[in-house]
Design a protein around this ligand. Structure first.
Ligand SMILES: O=C(O)CCC(=O)C(=O)O
Ligand SMILES: [Fe+2]
Length: 309
């Protein structure tokens, strides 16, 4: 284990040089290791702010998902490389980010309703008012390439929420390749989920971090309270692919309005749970106004929002 950005510091495009302050890693206790045990993962999440769970989601579909990403990204690159290369955190535009995953292959819908994920979402976010369904907050793919710059260390929610007592997002990274420090493993600041009152993401503070070294097929679990970011890929010839996604309570606004973005035909055979998670439903608290302006197709897909999962 290396602490700090020891391998990749020269590759970092933002941060240390300009930062007025450097916060070293300061975490008591062993760093979370990959584990197949859900209770150990929950304990790691509690004490370190992240966990690495192995063998839990679609182990037989990792290779398939990886191949789908490769071919879909190649298609987008051929049509217009800007569609996949303009994520603002990679100045040299080497990273690839891919959107609309459910339209591209059913494996990504299957992923979203995996029981272990929904169990973890309930564990992290707690009950909702009137048992209304959680929502998928974001969903995309992130592929680092040799030479990809590092993403700045950040929070997935807001840097401006002071004294946030509980997470507003349960976040997951499904690793489709083995993650290591060279190929841009996600960097995490262990213990930072407890620093909410003093996190500074203005750029004036540089947070040292450790790589979340994780086997292919594993799931990195964290919340919007943990400082983290994609590592720089300083390998000669290895990519690092992941599916990055999160869930929020129904009162939070997802980053994507899936019913307006996805092809309605994608949802035709989808379960009630999936439709709820992707917001093909109204609300349960009395404000469930009819979707008069939606197409008949959209209205026919929509379902009540009360959780049955
Ligand atoms: O894929 C990763 O390593 C992390 C990406 C990330 O944190 C983000 O895009 O918000
Ligand atoms: Fe992030």
């Amino acid at each position: 284990m290396s602490v700090g950005n020891t391998l990749s510091v020269d590759e970092y495009k933002v941060g240390r040089n300009k930062a007025a302050m450097v916060v070293p890693v300061d975490f008591q206790g062993p760093l979370p290791q990959p584990t197949p045990d859900l209770e150990t993962a929950k304990a790691n999440l509690e004490r370190a702010g992240y966990a690495i769970l192995t063998g839990a989601v679609l182990p037989d579909k990792v290779e398939l998902a990886r191949q789908v990403l490769a071919s879909e990204i190649a298609k987008e690159e051929a049509a217009d490389v800007n569609r996949v290369s303009q994520f603002f955190v990679d100045p040299d535009a080497k990273n690839r980010r891919l959107d609309r995953l459910p339209d591209r292959h059913p494996v990504f819908l299957e992923l979203l309703e995996q029981p272990v994920l929904l169990d973890m979402v309930k564990h992290i976010l707690g009950p909702t008012v009137l048992n209304e369904s959680y929502l998928v907050q974001s969903l995309d793919a992130n592929v680092t390439h040799p030479g990809s710059g590092a993403q700045f260390i950040h929070l997935d929610g807001s840097g401006g929420t002071r004294h946030q007592a509980v997470p507003y997002q349960a976040r997951f990274i499904w690793c489709l390749d083995a993650f290591d420090e060279e190929n841009g493993a996600t960097r995490v600041v262990p213990g930072s989920h407890q620093w909410n009152d003093r996190v500074d993401i203005s750029g004036a503070t540089f947070y040292e971090s450790v790589p979340a070294v994780a086997p292919a097929g594993s799931l990195i679990i964290y919340t919007d309270m943990l400082l983290h970011g994609t590592g720089a890929n300083i390998s000669a010839d290895r990519q690092r692919a992941s599916i990055n996604f999160g869930y929020c309570p129904p009162w939070c606004r997802p980053l994507t309005n899936f019913p307006l973005v996805l092809d309605p035909r994608t949802m035709e055979g989808a379960s009630r749970t999936l439709r709820q998670l992707l917001a093909y439903s109204s609300v349960v608290n009395g404000f469930d106004y009819p979707w008069n302006s939606a197409s008949e197709e959209l209205r026919s897909i929509s379902v009540p929002a009360t959780i049955e999962y």
